[in-house]
Design a protein around this ligand. Structure first.
Ligand code: ATP
Ligand code: MG
Length: 118
C-alpha cells in the first residue's frame, strides 16, 4: 500500500530537512521512497548535491548509490501544461475550436496552477 507523508508549515521551520531525513530513513529500511516538493524555490538539489528537476530522479546519499530513493522537484509551469493537456487533449479532435478556447480560458487561472502542482 502506498503511504504518503506530508511536511507543511511556515517558512524556515524545517520542512525540507525533516522530509529529506525521513525519506532517507525509509529508503535505508528498503522501502521504495519518492520525495517530491512543490516549492518553486526548491533546495532539494542542494541537499542531495545533485540535479533533480521536474522528473523522477534516482538519488545517491554519500557513497550509498543503491538506495531505493528517488526525488522530484515539481515545476509549476510544466505541471500546469501537463495538467491542462490531460484535461483538454481528449477533446481537441472532437470539439469545436471555440469550446477548446473556452476550456483553455477556464484553466488559465492561479487555481489551475495550484491544482496541477498538488
Ligand atoms: N530539527 C532541527 N533542529 C535545528 N535546526 C533545524 C532543524 N530542522 C531544520 N533546521 C535548520 O533550520 C533551517 C531551515 O530548515 P529548512 O530549510 O529545512 O526549513 P524549510 O521549512 O524547508 O524552509 P523553507 O520554508 O525556506 O523551505 C536550516 O538552517 C536547518 O538546518
Ligand atoms: Mg524548504
Amino acid at each position: 500500500m502506498t503511504r504518503y507523508i506530508f511536511f507543511s508549515g511556515k517558512g524556515g521551520v524545517g520542512k525540507t530537512t525533516m522530509a529529506c531525513a525521513t525519506a532517507i530513513h525509509h529508503a535505508l529500511q528498503g522501502r521504495k521512497t519518492l520525495i517530491v516538493t512543490t516549492d518553486p524555490a526548491s533546495n532539494l538539489a542542494d541537499v542531495f548535491e545533485q540535479e533533480i528537476g521536474h522528473k523522477i530522479t534516482p538519488i545517491s546519499v554519500g557513497t550509498i548509490h543503491e538506495l531505493s530513493l528517488h526525488a522530484m522537484e515539481i515545476d509549476p509551469d510544466e505541471a500546469t501544461r501537463e495538467y491542462k493537456e490531460r484535461i483538454i487533449g481528449p477533446f481537441r479532435e472532437i470539439m469545436p475550436e471555440d469550446v477548446i478556447a473556452s476550456l483553455e480560458e477556464n484553466l488559465s487561472g492561479p487555481c489551475t496552477t495550484e491544482m496541477a502542482g498538488s
